[in-house]
Write a protein of this length. Sequence first.
Length: 569
Amino acid sequence: MKLIKINDQLSISGQLEVSDMEGLLQEGVELIVCNRPDSEVADQPLFADLAAAAAACGIEAISIPFKPGAIEATQVAEMIRLQEGGMRMHAFCRSGSRSFNLYAAAHASRGLPKEEILQQAEKVGIAVTETIDPYYEGVKKSMSNEEQVTSPNTTATPAYDIVIVGAGSGGIAAAASLQKRDRGLRIALIDPAEVHYYQPGWTMVGGGVFDVKSTKRQMQDLIPSNVSWIKQAVSGFHPDENEVEMDDGSRVSYQHLIVAAGLKLDWDAIDGLKQSLGKNGVTSNYSFEHAPYTWDLVNNLKQGKALFTQPPMPIKCAGAPQKALYLSCDHWLRNNVLNSINVDFCNAGGVLFGVSDYVPALQSYIDRYEVNVDYFHNLEAIDSDEKVAYFKVTSGEKEGEQIAKPFDMIHVCPPQRAPDFVANSKLAGDGGWLEVDQFSLRHTRFDNVWGLGDVMNTPNAKTMAAVRKQVPVVAQNIVDTLKGNSLRAGYDGYGSCPLTVEKGKIVLAEFGYGGKIIPTFPSWVIKGTQPTRAAWMLKKDLLPGIYWHAMLKGREWMAGPADLEKLRG
């Protein structure tokens, strides 16, 4: 059996045998669909025998048989029903061609993008044009003006119920969560990236714990089935016309828009940084390319001066600059070289951590590693050839002074801001961030625009854990809006920062708006204000799997929305 993967939900093949069922089970198949009649050839297994073998493996089986080129409307409708059920399916016929054509007809009859199905057809080498064209004509004729998502004057094509800008953690998870609530939604994800990254893992890469390769996946393997992926960069928004504009000038229209565009790492804001990264002791765990270099520097440094920097807020994962500091110092301490290394933490802010409950535990590690902390020191420039970093003092007796610090190694956290195409749009508020209500995550001026993740102006920690809590809020509120119901899902500002204070222990900071402590686990499991091994195991062993196999699949474990009315008081 040669299995051809079409998307996350469907695979196809030629004729199955009874012996193939165990292999399909290992592939995660929950339902097999037979698209050829019994007795087409003499040695063909009967569907009843295949169904019995499938049942023995816990796999359902259904028969939708037809002769080549003879698909009927009722069969297409049945295929759509099965797809909307969300089960992992495998369809087969004599060669796989009929199965793919039935899938293509179902795709076309729902008005989904023709280009997408033609690209898939070219990839698998199966002709579908004659199959799908009549369905696209039928969809075009059947759509009344009231059914069109776009306005009569729009130049955008195609139209979607929901357009999501950004295929990061928020965008993909939102698409999956929306599909869980309504399989009939027409959803498009806009993002040019070919690769998707698990960014919380980069701190562990810089600490010699994770292999950097484990933190990336191909984007095409993560986009939910039946979600259109538009591989372009966004250049602007036209919220008055319900349109998103791409770099090539084309537009896509929407009924609802989710902006999950992340933030911009402004490497250019520090003079000399961009050209220095990855050489002469200059590194950053905020970069997939350079996180391994962090570990190389840490592992090889035996004496000298190590600098760690933190820019002004907001930044993604405010604890990440400290995580790099603690893991590095722990390694040097374990290898008996820390007493030969002078370590400075240069923080542009005035406190060690923004939520005071966690400061005592963190300060104890600052003391253990004998780290010199310079508050209100903002990195402005790096001369990597001379190995000197220049900081501006922003408060206190030396306010306005420039301080030069030599280094053998420097870990830099770059300044961060909203993406240009958001900051320069009608959707932006103060500072260029997407302007949304902090509880409903709906835009404050455009009722069909929603925010997710780092791009928003909400006063919460910009972490992946925050996104995990935000996604169900946005998904539920959009579905309720489409049904004409009032909003009921709310976001309480939850964010989590697993502060890796040493190899094997983490201070699990979990808090919401106003610094309110919001623990996920009882204190006898994980006491968040203290370093624990349980929190380390959560970060190292559990969270990556939860990210790839739960969050991005629309499984909202322990992430249900809060009551919006109660949050508003």
